[in-house]
Structure formats: C-alpha cells, structure tokens
Design a protein around this ligand. Structure first.
Ligand SMILES: [Zn+2]
Length: 349
C-alpha cells in the first residue's frame, strides 16, 4: 500500500475535492434538482402538487426513509421521454465530473417509470446515451445498475428483469432499494439467483435502517458483492469481522444518513469506525438533490465533522476504485492518478 504523505489539516478539504474518486451509490432519480423537476413538468405538461421550486425544496424535511420516498416518487413523475432521462443523467454526470468522479455506477429504478406507462426502452436509452456522452466528453466512465424496488413483489421484480433483458448489454448489474424495514433481502432470493446466472453483478441496500441480519442475508442469500449503506453492521461483531475479512465494500452515504436521521448529528457518524476496523467503506451521495450535497460535499462535511485524516481520504478513494466493477487496467490508472494528486499536496520544509 502507498505510504500516504502527511498533508496539513487546513489543506484537507482541497485535497478531498481534488482527488479522483468513484461514486458507487447514486440513484439517478435522486439527482433530480427542483429546478429540473419544474422545467420537465412544464415541458411535459405534468401538474405538480407544489406551487414553486422553493415550495418543493422546503418540503425536503425528512424524518425517515419513508417520508423521503414519498416526495422522491412524486418528483420522478415528470420523467416521460427519452430526452428527460438523458437530461437528468447528463446533469448529474457534469456535476460528478466537476467533483473529480472518474467512475460512476449509477442506480436507476425502472419500476418507478414502467408503472406509469413509460417503457424500459425509453428509460434505458436516455440513461445509456448520457453515459456514452460522459465517457466521450467528460472522461467519466459511467455504467448502469438496475435496482428492484423492494416494497413491490417478487413477481414484479421478475417482470422487470424480463423487460430489461433485451438491453442486457446496457446494465452492469442489479441492486435492491426503496423501503428497507419489513422487506428483507430473502424476499428476492430467486430473482437474484436468476440475475447471477445471467452474469449480472449484484449489490443490495442493507443495514441502513434495517438490522445486521439484513446484511447477513444480503451476503449469504442474495450473494451480493457490495452492501449499500451497511452502517448498522457495527452492532454485530461477527459481521464486522466477516465484512473486513472478505473485503466486502460498503457504499456509505453520510449526508443521507444525517438527513434521514440514521445519524442525526454528522459528528456521530461511524465512517471512521468502519475504516479503522478494516472495512472497505466508500463515500457516496445517494440522492444528492434531496440530501443537501453531491459527493464532494459528503466528503468535506463528514471529514470536518468527525476529524478524519488524509490517510482515511486516500483509503476511501482507493476503496472506491477497488469496489467498482471496472476493469483492472482502469483501476490501476485511477490509483496512479490518486497517488499523483496526494504527492502534489506534500509540503516540504
Ligand atoms: Zn440508496
């Protein structure tokens, strides 16, 4: 492992913003800013239950995951045409590039759209085109992960998978999101087994609000390669050992955890505990339009609140590359660039 040079604390925010990083936990529908929601509503003639951009933004006072999801699904109702999906993803990818994101593995929720009569093809073409343009114009390697909504049925998930199969080459993997409590991973055991046979990479949200048992079953029943969130693992010593030993990545989202009251005060966030226990934690933005910040805001705010150091910063960026589904050659290239940025921040006497 690269020996991280000492970086003065005052330069840490600048370093966090400058270092290359991968974002592995971003719901593209959660990147829809109120301004774009209103612009798309107008373009598509969709009536919104909010009078203005300000009224919508002020409704973002969530108390838990469900109160957020209710507004999130209302916002997504303005997405109807391929160009709408393109515009949403392109806006995110430009922001990501500005935050030195070199790799984005983007979640999308097709059921939120197909249930409103929007076709899988419309959704996937718009998102895929934005990913292609990001590679060509922004130098961002971007791929798509199809997420099943866990509050819906297994049957619905299977139907969604079926609709996506003609576009198999446009998705790198599948995930599981939406309301966690009461919807344990086991509910989707057969769906994930089928996805595994199809060669899709597997991830799932677990241990955000749900218990450590959900993380165990995501690993052992669904056989996922990454856990999204996973911060509740600290309540189970055996699970912590398993996650560290197998280097199972956790895609942690500090500002989301704060907004949804998983850790009401960012100073209580356990990111440092996870890293110091040897877990492959990463930092991500989850639903940046709703939770008050993109990936660099997540980095700078959680570092300021919890006193993490340059060594943690290096580890988090390194983990994000290792945890990605990119090729080994791409990972080595990003790690080389990461070292270069850290070396620029060394101050000699
Ligand atoms: Zn999420």
């Amino acid at each position: 492992m690269f020996k991280v040079p000492p970086v003065p604390a005052r330069r840490l925010p600048e370093l966090l913003r400058a270092m290359p990083k991968a974002e592995l936990h971003i719901h593209i529908e959660g990147s829809l800013e109120p301004e774009l929601i209103f612009a798309l509503a107008q373009r598509n003639g969709v009536a919104l239950p909010y009078a203005s951009v300000e009224a919508l933004r002020s409704a973002y006072a969530f108390t838990n995951l469900q109160s957020f999801l209710d507004i999130y699904y209302a916002g997504a109702s303005v997405l109807l045409h391929e160009q709408d999906f393109y515009d949403m993803a392109w806006a995110y990818l430009q922001r990501a590039a500005a935050d030195q994101v070199v790799r984005a593995e983007i979640f999308f929720d097709p059921q939120t759209h197909t249930s409103r009569g929007v076709s899988m093809q419309t959704v996937l073409q718009g998102l895929h085109r934005a990913c292609e343009d990001a590679r060509a114009q922004l130098g961002v390697s971007a791929v798509l992960i199809l997420c099943f909504l866990r509050h819906l049925s297994e049957e619905d998930a299977f139907a969604t998978l079926e609709q996506a199969l003609p576009y198999r080459d446009r998705i790198v993997g599948v995930g599981l999101d939406s309301s966690e409590l009461g919807h344990p991973p086991e509910k989707f055991a057969r769906v994930f087994a089928r996805c595994r046979e199809l060669g899709l990479r597997l991830v799932a949200h677990a241990g955000e609000e749900g218990p450590p048992a959900y993380i165990w079953s995501a690993l052992d029943v669904l056989k996922v390669e990454r856990i999204d969130h996973g911060v509740q693992a600290v309540h189970d010593a055996a699970l912590m050992q398993r996650l560290a030993h197998d280097r199972i990545p956790l895609t942690v989202c500090p500002l989301s955890n704060q907004k949804l009251c998983v850790f009401p005060d960012l100073r209580q966030h356990n990111l440092g505990t996870l890293l110091d226990a040897g877990l492959a934690a990463t930092v991500n933005s989850d639903d940046p339009a709703y939770f008050g910040g993109y990936i660099n805001d997540n980095f700078t705010q959680v570092f300021a609140a919890t006193g993490l150091t340059a060594k943690h910063a290096y580890q988090l960026a390194f983990n994000s590359f290792e945890a990605s589904f990119a090729s080994d050659a791409e990972k080595r290239d990003w790690e080389h660039r990461l070292k270069g940025v850290f070396e620029r921040f060394v101050e000699h006497d």
